[in-house]
Design a protein around this ligand. Structure first.
Ligand code: AMP
Ligand code: MN
Ligand code: MN
Ligand code: MN
Length: 285
């Protein structure tokens, strides 16, 4: 039987709907050999995931997904095998805490805007949903649906919370170089997440972005991804060869927040072989 892995998943520590323990149990039950937990801008789920992984006997790769600046939106950067907890690095801790502070300020603005629009949201209700961890826009979207302010999460984003929505408040982010340096400083393997979800204007811009990320120090590109079509996968693989990078792969599982994306298999066809993980691991040693 093929040994398969999933190197891109979210738990309730950011905007997933499974707790870290539930996620690990699910991964074990569907027969994955390894899983990376890569919550957005946050390490809160890693300890719980680590304990559970040991208990059920599955390999866990401690990871993270950072949002970084990009001229047309965001570039997402994945880090794997955080050998030392980045929060133990004082200069990183300082930047990271500042980012969290800015996120909280941004959330306060979002709460105010929604209230002005006649959609008040109780912060305690959101914190209950997050288990007192970081508040992200999908949490607000879920409460908006629960309170029947909107029909579904997509409308919450398109009308209100998304970039073109009336309640949009941008979030302060790392620069690409900051995120890559921080991860490399903690001996992580660094991968450019979902290149085809990144808002490049055209393929030329995407290629330029990949070249500049390679120059900045990434090791890999997320080649096998739920939302990719075959052409995009083939093209990404060609970029890994051209820029001497490795392929990585993952589903971007978020639980019921993205119900059409399943753990491990994405939209049904995703298959990430253990050899992908082994090649990435070699880079981290
Ligand atoms: P935040 O970090 O608070 O800006 O929230 C960003 C998260 O919102 C992303 O990681 C996505 O999971 C989620 N998101 C962004 N756009 C949408 C959308 N249109 N529908 C559902 N979730 C979205
Ligand atoms: Mn997300
Ligand atoms: Mn992402
Ligand atoms: Mn993700």
């Amino acid at each position: 039987m093929d040994k398969l892995v999933d190197l891109h998943t979210h738990s309730t520590a950011s905007d997933g709907t499974d707790t870290p323990s539930e996620l690990i149990e699910k991964a074990k039950n569907i027969g994955l050999s390894a899983i990376a937990l890569t919550d957005h801008d946050c390490f809160d789920g890693l300890e719980e995931a680590s304990k559970k992984a040991e208990e059920v006997g599955i390999e866990l790769i401690k990871g993270v997904e950072f949002s970084t600046e990009y001229k047309h939106g965001e570039v997402h950067i994945l880090g794997y095998w955080l050998h030392s907890n980045p929060l133990e690095n004082p200069s990183f801790k300082k930047v990271f805490e500042r980012l969290l502070e800015l996120r909280n300020e941004r959330n306060e603005k979002l709460f105010k805007k929604l209230e002005t629009l006649g959609m008040p949201i109780d912060k305690d209700e959101v914190l209950e949903l997050t288990g007192n961890s970081m508040i992200c826009r999908p949490h607000l979207a879920r409460i908006m649906v629960k309170k029947k302010y909107v029909k579904n999460i997509n409308i919450a984003f398109s009308k209100y919370l998304g970039m073109n929505g009336v309640a949009y408040v941008p979030k302060q982010k790392f620069t690409q170089q900051e995120a890559i340096d921080i991860l490399r400083d903690s001996n992580a393997v660094v991968s450019f997440a979902h290149p085809y979800l990144t808002p490049c204007r055209d393929e030329k811009e995407r290629k330029e972005l990949i070249k500049s990320l390679a120059d900045k120090g990434i090791h890999a590109i997320e080649t096998y991804y739920s939302m990719n079509n075959d052409k995009q996968t083939t093209q990404t693989l060609a970029y890994t060869r051209e820029f001497n990078l490795l392929p990585s792969g993952g589903s971007d599982y978020h639980g019921t927040l993205k119900p059409n994306i399943s753990l491990g298999s994405g939209k049904g066809r995703l298959k990430i072989h253990y050899s992908i993980l082994e090649d990435l691991r070699k880079t981290s040693i």
